[in-house]
Design a protein. Structure first.
Length: 476
């Protein structure tokens, strides 16, 4: 009960501070605006992407009778769906792109900045509930609570309280409880936004709960840290200076510096550099349009031998379609290798940031939020992998139509014979049979598992601060 009385007395002091009350109200207003605008924007983006994906699938399925290879170049689109929790933490979504044009013979990038600028590094500046919680709420807590113990020591009130039977630990607990109540009020809009998202999508309730735990852990670290500094500081001015410096280092400096170090230690080539390398390697793979090319000459010879014929015209299928399929197999393998190398480099950057979270729990909090909202680097890479797998299946399906549904004689004469050109087209019904692109994203269980490192780092920081508080010397 004594702890509650101390907390109540401290809360009354907070309420008497007009500056603290005004700052809290302004932050609540800002947080509510962030939650509402974030939810509205996320809903509009999710709806727009779903509509665009449906339109792209319908446009592909409703194409008229065409030659299959024309459909290979006509292509389709893949859009990354946006989950309901992305309103809380948009993560890399706004930077990494969400739209890919799928076509034959090449692997396109998402319609956004290059991969180096859109990896899983920590982003700042977006007014979202996660940003408010990560950056602004800790600063509010610093200005509200920096003097709650040291000022009483300077005025002599602390000695009086201890002389009336309150223990040092009870006093620390009461002060921390009062500051935790302020933190809880400041977090209400963001937590309410999580609750609304979970209510709209019940399958996300478990992930939303874990994200709420991450919020409480993060703010709990600041409550403990502010209490510790206020208890050990020699003056209110030194406590404020130390806490503002800690905020600047842990929330701003270290995350940005760690992102820069990760990019230097594991550099990612620019898109132009990657394109030049891929272009050079494509030339070395072979040219399917060159009859004397060693690889494709050997491919043709192997087909003729396998089917026991001497001429391409005697094959039981259209050689041009088989040639396109072989060319797609080779080029897709090359694209997949470079994509895997880029993904591995980005994941190395991400892991280095995760190590830096030991220095700055702000990184752990950000990574946990992005993992829970499925807006982290791993989710983006999973989308790219799914889009490429769909592209390859689609193109090779069209190549099979080219091989087995288009007569070789019509295919050879279609550019000079209108009748052959019409006969080389396949029925539009084949396009409707193609399975449209779908991306479910990581499961709720996988996302909660991905959040564990960030939660673990914050928990370790909390234990360390509690240990320091327990060892904090009794005030004189």
């Amino acid at each position: 009960m004594r702890v509650q009385r101390i907390a109540g007395a401290q809360l009354r002091l907070f309420v008497r501070s007009r500056l603290a009350v005004v700052a809290l109200l302004l932050l609540l207003l800002l947080s509510a605006i962030a939650a509402l605008t974030g939810a509205g924007q996320a809903a509009r983006i999710a709806s727009a992407r779903a509509t665009a994906q449906g339109a792209a699938d319908a446009a592909f399925a409703n194409q008229p009778d065409r030659h299959p290879h024309r459909m290979v170049h006509y292509g389709s689109y893949a859009l990354r769906p946006l989950g309901p929790l992305a309103a809380f933490e948009p993560g890399v979504d706004a930077f990494a792109g969400s739209l890919i044009y799928l076509e034959g013979h090449r692997q396109n990038a998402t319609t956004a900045a290059a991969a180096r600028e859109s990896s899983g590094l920590i982003r700042f500046g977006q007014l979202t509930p996660a940003f408010v919680l990560r950056v602004l709420v800790p600063l509010l807590l610093v200005f509200v609570g920096f003097a709650m113990i040291v000022a009483e020591r300077q005025s002599g009130l602390l000695t009086l309280q201890l002389s009336h039977g309150a223990s040092w630990r009870q006093l620390l607990a009461g002060k921390a409880l009062a500051l935790a109540a302020v933190a809880g009020v400041a977090a209400l809009p963001a937590l309410a936004a999580l609750g609304v998202s979970a209510a709209r999508a019940p399958a996300e309730a478990g992930v939303a709960l874990v994200m709420a735990v991450a919020v409480l852990l993060w703010l709990g670290l600041w409550v403990l840290g502010i209490t510790l500094v206020s208890a050990r500081a020699r003056s209110a001015q030194s406590a404020l200076l130390a806490l503002v410096l800690a905020w600047a280092v842990l929330v701003v400096l270290v995350p940005r510096a760690a992102a820069g170090v990760a990019a230097l230690v594991h550099p990612l080539p620019t898109k132009a550099e990657t394109d030049l390398v891929i272009h050079a390697e494509l030339r070395s793979l072979g040219d399917s349009h060159n009859p004397d090319d060693p690889h494709f000459a050997a491919f043709k010879a192997a087909l003729l031998k396998r089917h026991g014929v001497a001429r391409l015209e005697d094959l039981p299928f259209n050689y041009r379609g088989a040639l396109s399929a072989e060319g797609e197999r080779l080029t897709s393998g090359l694209f997949a290798r470079h994509a895997a190398e880029a993904a591995a480099t980005q994941m190395q950057q991400h892991r280095l940031l995760a190590v830096a979270a030991v220095i700055s729990p702000a990184i752990g909090f950000a990574q946990a939020g992005m993992a829970g909202a499925a807006t982290d680097l791993a989710s983006q890479l999973a989308f790219l992998e799914a889009a490429e797998a769909h592209r390859y299946r689609l193109v090779q399906s069209l190549n099979r139509l080219h091989t087995f549904e288009v007569r070789a004689a019509d295919d050879a004469a279609r550019n000079r014979d209108p009748i052959a050109e019409r006969q080389s087209r396949v029925s539009a019904g084949f396009w409707a049979e193609q399975k449209p692109f779908a991306f479910a994203g990581p499961t709720a269980a996988n996302r909660m598992t991905a959040m564990l490192p960030g939660l673990g780092v914050m928990a370790l920081w909390g234990l360390g601060l509690l240990w320091l508080l327990r060892r904090s010397p009794v005030a004189p």
